[in-house]
Design a protein. Structure first.
Length: 215
């Protein structure tokens, strides 16, 4: 569990740095309605270090934690990211952090991107880069380049995720089926009207962010 805590702390550092850039580029105000696709309150309360005033609509397939509704700044909506229940340009900003890679297929990722671009006047959509040496979900170097059959055999005992969570075979299959990391070229295809930022660590691209309509 100590290793898991260290991992969480490291990722919070990156997310806070990313959030600082988001605020600098978009400068959201109390009158800025924001849609967080697949998000959680912690993104805005714990990871941002900003006392935000604007309303945030969180859309997810399920909301298992009723505490989501305890803060008046948040509205929880049950919905599918590939078919959002909102009219065109309903939100000043459509935001998403590390969600589109969990859409399982290229077709669903295309639908996700189209819906985000439709619902938000401005965009901030982040995803881990497939080219980064450390696969960020399984926490294993170059794991994303292995054949699926080898990934299945190695995930439980040769990844940090497997060693920490001790998943069943079914859970391994579920995890592997869930993730489809994106390349820079694919991000350009998904968001043709956006600037694709590259978040770098030690000179290597760790993640991509599609942005549109920033200041």
């Amino acid at each position: 569990m100590q290793l898991l805590t260290i991992h969480q702390k490291v990722f919070i550092v990156f997310r806070r740095r990313r959030m600082k850039k988001f605020y600098a580029m978009f400068r959201p105000s109390a009158q800025t309605p924001l849609l967080d696709i697949g998000g959680a309150p912690n993104t805005w309360i714990t990871e941002s270090q900003y006392d935000f005033k604007f309303p945030v609509v969180l859309v997810n397939l399920i909301f298992p934690d009723p505490a989501v509704l305890s803060d008046s700044r948040f509205t929880a909506v049950v919905g599918d990211a590939t078919n959002l229940p909102f009219a065109d340009a309903s939100f000043d900003i459509a935001y998403s952090n590390s969600v589109i890679e969990h859409m399982t297929t290229w077709e669903r990722q295309q639908a996700f991107a189209a819906e985000a671009r439709r619902a938000g006047k401005r965009l901030w959509i982040q995803t881990p880069a497939r080219s980064f040496p450390l696969e960020s979900h399984l926490l294993a170097p170059f794991f994303q380049y292995l054949p699926r059959s080898l990934q299945t055999r190695m995930a439980r005992h040769f990844t940090l995720w497997g060693l920490l969570t001790k998943p069943s075979v079914a859970q391994v299959e579920e995890m592997l089926s869930d993730i489809r990391l994106l390349t820079y070229k694919e991000m350009k295809q998904l968001f043709p009207d956006c600037l694709i930022l590259k978040e770098r660590v030690l000179g290597l691209t760790k993640s991509y962010v599609a942005v549109r309509g920033f200041n």
